[in-house]
Design a protein around this ligand. Structure first.
Ligand SMILES: *Cc1c(COP(=O)(O)O)cnc(C)c1O
Length: 402
């Protein structure tokens, strides 16, 4: 349907939870002739690039880069610490937790899933019970998703570390921060995270194609105990590179590195804590609008308690006419693209069309968020969807601090 509507002129706005908006400065940094990969600027850039990546993750430990998306980082992280037959625990709060568990299964792990459903964060008491029951310490790692992008639930990773410590359980704490790094507050070392994976196309604002595995010395010791690690996924040569090619396991993703360099400059110029504060403020504006719309009955936020919400993505439900109609309308009429629902209903099921998501991650500011919310308001009017009033006013109050 949307394909037959002529696209609105003006600058399009992709407001989906990844890939996120690419800053012009990042695009410009990538727009250049192929660089020398043997010597010169690109090679010399690497130590500073890895140091600045670690500053975003708040870790003093190690980072390995992969030319691949977030799914590659999932597999890379597991390949370094999990041998076939090892057990892993997946406390799932959405599609991405389930997906990381499936990846582990594909690599031969025995996977135990605790499914917390699609609207609630992890319950630490249940995880504590599972850990207490594992007297033989068969669970080698917990695969925890910080922000599950399908449900927009944010989990308390520091509380998960406290739960492991209270149980005296040695399992590695592995965190998927693909949707949260550079958006939600995250402290790898202070929170005791052993392995963290992320991609470049969400909070890091670079086109998809690179991903990163951060790991501490505990995780490195676990890596050393494995009989073998497949050559491409092995994080050791990438994190402790002796020559340029080792960082990348072959030819470097040259233009992505330039884009990433600029994105990291932008993040550190703003200050990572300010980046978190900006996301939190803009998210509060989105929630204020969504809560006002929810008064109408057709519209609902997936996560009821603000304490459990991501500041980078918001998962929503809209019925009659459905979210697909709204997405088509705002894309065709306004040049605004909203995210599809993911993991809330099966594709093919009519209920699938009742879900959608907003991305508010990375390169976003107040006028973009007001435009996003104003676009949705216009779409609901255009389609005659009943909704609560005062949404834009509520968002403006948050953004203006009034
Ligand atoms: C986007 C995302 C992934 C998958 O990343 P890809 O780059 O699409 O492979 C995994 N986990 C989370 C939490 C994500 O948001």
């Amino acid at each position: 349907m949307s394909h037959t509507i002529p696209r609105a002129p003006g600058r399009p706005y992709l407001a989906i939870p990844g890939p996120s908006v690419i800053p012009d400065a990042v695009l410009q940094a990538m727009h250049r002739a192929a660089p020398n990969i043997y010597a010169g600027e690109l090679v010399e850039m690497m130590p500073g690039l890895t140091a600045d990546l670690k500053r975003v993750a708040r870790t003093r430990f190690h980072v390995a880069m992969y030319t691949g998306n977030g799914h590659a980082a999932w597999e890379a992280a597991l390949a370094n610490v999990i041998a076939p037959g090892d057990k892993v625990l997946v406390p799932a709060t959405g599609r991405f937790g389930i997906g990381w568990g499936e990846t582990a299964k594909g690599q031969g792990a025995e996977v135990e899933v605790i499914d917390f459903g699609k609207q609630s964060p992890m319950d630490m008491a249940r995880i504590a019970e599972t850990l207490a029951a594992d007297k033989a310490h068969e669970i080698k790692a917990i695969l925890a998703v910080h922000v599950d992008t399908s449900t927009s639930i944010r989990n308390d990773i520091a509380a998960l570390r406290a739960t492991l410590d209270a149980a005296g359980h040695p399992a590695l704490l592995m965190a998927d921060c693909i949707a949260s790094l550079g958006c939600d507050t995250f402290e790898m070392d202070a929170w005791g995270v052993d392995v963290m994976v992320t991609g470049c196309q969400k909070g890091l604002m670079v086109p998809p194609g690179m991903s990163f595995v951060f790991f501490n010395d505990r995780a490195e010791a676990a890596r050393a105990r494995l009989p073998r690690v497949s050559w491409y996924w092995d994080w050791s040569p990438r994190a402790h590179a002796q020559e340029f090619f080792q960082y990348h396991g072959g030819t470097a993703p040259t233009h992505h590195l330039y884009g990433l360099r600029t994105a990291l400059d932008m993040i550190h110029a703003e200050g990572i804590e300010q980046v978190w504060a900006r996301h939190a403020m803009l998210a509060r504006a989105v929630w204020a609008a969504c809560e006002a719309w929810s008064e109408g009955g057709h519209f609902a936020m997936n996560v009821k308690d603000a304490a459990n919400r991501s500041t980078a993505v918001t998962s929503l439900r809209l019925q009659s006419p459905d979210a697909t109609a709204l997405r088509d309308w705002v894309e065709g009429q306004l040049g605004l693209t909203l995210g599809i629902g993911l993991g809330m209903a099966l594709p093919g099921d009519p209920a699938w069309h009742g879900f959608f998501r907003l991305g508010h991650m990375g390169h976003v500011n107040g006028h973009m968020i007001m435009g996003l919310l104003g676009g949705i308001e216009a779409g609901m009017r255009g389609l005659g969807i009943e909704h609560g009033t005062g949404a834009l006013d509520a968002a403006a109050q948050v953004i203006s601090g009034s």
